[in-house]
Structures are given as structure tokens and as C-alpha cells.
Design a binder for this molecule. Structure first.
Ligand SMILES: *Cc1c(COP(=O)(O)O)cnc(C)c1O
Length: 416
């Protein structure tokens, strides 16, 4: 079930203060979820969640989550800048990138973050850009299928991420010769997984592979990084994963692998699970059209929220003040882009919508604003934080036409 913790009145009050469309984020909800995650893994003394910055790369959100005990997982120069801005470094910082510019390794090393190597060729690059650390993480891709696969990630065999099993061995032997003492093992094999089986299955694979590699190389297995992938209930028929049960099941697998020894740390890099349900895109119905279908056009479009256009993702939609009204109408809810996939919903049953109604798109707290773009001259929207004291804080303004033109370069254009 999508998250309905905020009353419609909160969205109405926010919309009285900020022009639509904007993102609204619930600070208390995000912190509560981060704490529940830590509680679920509290049996593991060195457990740490590294919030995947790419899910919601706003430093105000980063600060909130760091305040709740999280580290940060970064994958690019700008994301590392967010970590630097917040003073997140050392063991509180994970750097997991692939095909990245070599200087990003040097930046991550300067912040003393944990390097998660995606490929065997990255060893040379790292050696020349920042140097080889004592402790390093390797990203594993076992190939084949894993779990039930899904639209976002596909199967491991088709995934561009990670190294093969023989490459893990070869990498660790080389890294040992270069001075590495300890290693971690990471894999991200499926995304947005509901239920409580994905992490335990993945954990078993990484524990067993980690033990093998430890025996093979004599290096110490320091941690296992379960990465992201725990899902959220986008659809009314979806159940939220029970994170407490996931934690207990991972513990069972851990005991099978390591007995009562607690020395191997568990790390996670959840993004969607932590912030996804606690963000909404708030828009207004601007246009109604009846042709072969019944359309409601919003003042938001795929430039604000790409997921439905990109992979047919479902986002629940509600209309402020009409939560409990009968869903008597069937609409396509669209944006204004000149692209026919610019639809937030297709054939969606909703209450009758009037122009000016606030239309709330749920579960937009992860991989949402951050995927925004400027196609068709439509600009990214503002982000607003709903604070525990009931007030609203603008944490990113909406883009303006000045932003749109700011990167133009070259002589000969008249001034705007
Ligand atoms: C995207 C990503 C995550 C977060 O994934 P979620 O599905 O949001 O949990 C974690 N780790 C890495 C390396 C990623 O690329």
C-alpha cells in the first residue's frame, strides 16, 4: 500500500506556500525508516547503512539521514561533493561507481572512503589515482538469473555491473600483492524487491563466496555489502517488506555461515527503501481533454518524474480532498511534453477531477526528482521538506529559464 501517512491538509498547506509542481518530503518518515533499518540489523555490531545518494541527492536530506546514523554511498564527483559538504568521510563513505573518470577514485580516496571496485581493470586505475587502501570492496556479478529478475535491473548475466567469480579471485591476489589486508564483498542483483527473501538469498551467496575467497587468499573478509534493492509498495496491492523479518533472516544465514563470530560487518546501500515512500510530487490539474480517451493534463510532466515514462513504473495517484471519494472515472494522467509516453497513469480509476485540483503522485522520494531533465524546455521542480514541527522548508528552488540558458556558450547570440 502506498504511503498515506500525511493528511491531505499537509499538501494543501504546502501548495498554499509554494507554486506547483513541487516535491514534498517527510523528514520524520525518512528518519523513522532509517532507524527501523538500523534496528533490524542491530544484532550485527558494525552494521551500517550507506544511503544511496543518487536516490535523492539533496544535501539537506543527506544531513537528515547522517543525523539518523547513516553513511553515504556515492557514485560520481558531484555525489562525492555532497559527502564532502556534509563532512562524511572514512568508513562512513562508500564509493561505488563503474566506468567512472579516474579522478573520481582520487577524490574518494582523499575523503578516505571505502572503494567498491566494479572491475578488475579498476585496480590499475586506482593504483594510479589515489592509491590502494588497506581495505577494499569488490563488486560481484555471478551471472545467470537471480530471484525473479525485474524490469529495473534485468538478470545478472545481462548486467554491466561487477566482476565474475574468477575475476574476484584474481583481483584479490593482485590486491594482496599491492598491500590490501582486508576486503568486503558487494553485489546488487535485483532492484525494488518486495517480500523478505532477496537480502537473505543475496547474503548467503556473499557469505559463502566471501569465505571461499578468504580461504583462497588469506585476506580477511571484513564486511559484506548487500547494497540496495529492497522494494517499496508502489501499488495498493503491494505489501511493504517487513524489514525486521529481513534482518532476522539475514541473521539466520549469517549464523549458518559464521556461527557466533560477529566480526564480519553487514553494510547496506538502500536508497528507495529509505526515502521512496516519504516523497510526493504535488501537481495541479491544468487541462481536461476528451478524445478517444479521457485525459487530465498536469502542470508536472516526465521532466519532473521520469519513472513512468522510462520503465512503465506505477506511481499511485490521489486527489487532495477526494481520498475517500468513489473512483468513478478512468483517466490518463499526462504532462505537457511532446512525447506520448509522458503519462503518469494510463486508464487509472480516480475520483472526478476538476481543474485546479491538487493531484498527488505518491512514492516519489527516490529516483524521482533526481532523474529530472529539461527536455522540451520543461524545467525541474522545487523540493520542499516537511519538518517534524509542521513547517515547510524550501530545500531546492525550481529551475528558471535563466538556468535553462545558463550553460549556453559561444559568441554571436543576441542577449535574452
Ligand atoms: C542505485 C544504487 C543503490 C540504491 O538502490 P535502491 O534500489 O534505491 O535501493 C545502491 N547501491 C548502488 C551501487 C546503486 O547504484
Amino acid at each position: 500500500m502506498p504511503n498515506f501517512t500525511l493528511a491531505d491538509d499537509v499538501f494543501v498547506r504546502a501548495a498554499a506556500q509554494f507554486p506547483t509542481p513541487f516535491y514534498l518530503y517527510d523528514a520524520a518518515g525518512m528518519q523513522k525508516t532509517a532507524r527501523a533499518l538500523q534496528e533490524a540489523f542491530s544484532w550485527n555490531p558494525r552494521f551500517k547503512e550507506y544511503f544511496a545518494v543518487k536516490a535523492l541527492p539533496n544535501p539537506h536530506i543527506g544531513r537528515l539521514l547522517v543525523g539518523a546514523g547513516c553513511g553515504l554511498d556515492c557514485s560520481s564527483h558531484c555525489e562525492l561533493m555532497i559527502a564532502e559538504l556534509l563532512g562524511v568521510k572514512g568508513d562512513n563513505l562508500m564509493f561505488s561507481a563503474n566506468a567512472m573518470p579516474p579522478q573520481e577514485f582520487a577524490f574518494a580516496r582523499r575523503l578516505q572512503g571505502i572503494i567498491n571496485l566494479d572491475d578488475i581493470t579498476d585496480i590499475d586505475t586506482l593504483q594510479q589515482n589515489g592509491g590502494i587502501p588497506d581495505t577494499i570492496c569488490l563488486r560481484y556479478n555471478p551471472g545467470g538469473d537471480f530471484g525473479d529478475g525485474n524490469a529495473i535491473m534485468g538478470s545478472p548475466r545481462d548486467s554491466k555491473f561487477g566482476m565474475t567469480r574468477p575475476q574476484l579471485s584474481e583481483s584479490l591476489h593482485r590486491l594482496k600483492a599491492l598491500g590490501v589486508k582486508r576486503f568486503g564483498l558487494h553485489a546488487f542483483l535485483a532492484s525494488n524487491m518486495l517480500g523478505e527473501v532477496y537480502y537473505p538469498l543475496l547474503a548467503r551467496l556473499l557469505f559463502e563466496t566471501g569465505k571461499e575467497l578468504q580461504a583462497e587468499t588469506g585476506l580477511e573478509l571484513s564486511f559484506v555489502n548487500l547494497s540496495g534493492g529492497v522494494g517499496i509498495p508502489y501499488r495498493p496491492t503491494d505489501a511493504a517488506p517487513d524489514i525486521g523479518l529481513i534482518g532476522r533472516r539475514v541473521e539466520t544465514v549469517y549464523r549458518e555461515a559464521f556461527g557466533s563470530d560477529n566480526s564480519v560487518a553487514i553494510k547496506t546501500e538502500l536508497g528507495r527503501y529509505v526515502t521512496g515512500p516519504h516523497g510526493w510530487l504535488v501537481a495541479r490539474a491544468r487541462h481536461e481533454k476528451r478524445t478517444h480517451k479521457h485525459y487530465i493534463g498536469l502542470d508536472a510532466c516526465a521532466s519532473n518524474l521520469l519513472r513512468p515514462a522510462m520503465y512503465g513504473a506505477y506511481h499511485h495517484i490521489s486527489v487532495a480532498g477526494k481520498r475517500d471519494a468513489e473512483h468513478t472515472h478512468t483517466y490518463d494522467i499526462t504532462g505537457a511534453l511532446c512525447e506520448n509516453n509522458d503519462k503518469f497513469a494510463i486508464d487509472r480509476a480516480l475520483p472526478p477531477i476538476e481543474l485546479g485540483d491538487l493531484v498527488i503522485i505518491h512514492d516519489a522520494g527516490a529516483h524521482a526528482h533526481t532523474m529530472g531533465y529539461q527536455y522540451n524546455g520543461r524545467l525541474r521542480s522545487a523540493e520542499v521538506l516537511y519538518r517534524p514541527d509542521g513547517s515547510f522548508q524550501l530545500i531546492r528552488r525550481a529551475e528558471t529559464p535563466e538556468d535553462y540558458f545558463a550553460t549556453l556558450h559561444g559568441e554571436g547570440l543576441p542577449a535574452l
